[in-house]
Design a protein around this ligand. Sequence first.
Ligand SMILES: [Zn+2]
Length: 166
Amino acid sequence: MKKEPCTVCGSDASVTRKSYRFDEMGVPVELQNIEVIECAHCGNVDPIIPNMDGLMKVLALAILCNPCKLNGQEIRYLRKYVNKSAREFSRYLNLTVSHLSKLENDRYEITPRLDKLVRLIVGNLDPDLAEGTKELMKIISTIADCPTDEKQEIQIDPAAQTYCYA
Ligand SMILES: [Zn+2]
């Protein structure tokens, strides 16, 4: 079995392939079939992410084309993905900075219209997201207001650069 030094205690830790719930990007995702370093000595678990930039792009695409309405953390992710400050992005949406902040913190309701406006602006700001914008146009009329607990989790295969909703 493949071994790697544990990043916490330095012991020989085993590397296995599995799915791993990853929260570090601000929107929780389930990474499929990635290598994970598991230390039997201290219990630390570290995913090995092959292509962080690619992963961030796939997550942006998955959010853009999500069949359920966006939540605050997804709006924040998209805004940061296209490298806009809250001040800049609030101007795109004709909102005050404080209104945008409340939306991103799920303290104001995200209306269906605003949801679509966010997706269309973000999808067109970054040419790398063009394929997502195309896909978005196929589902934009059917975006549903799924209750938070029914919203499906995003699953990403970072090696294949693909996503699905579980
Ligand atoms: Zn360890």
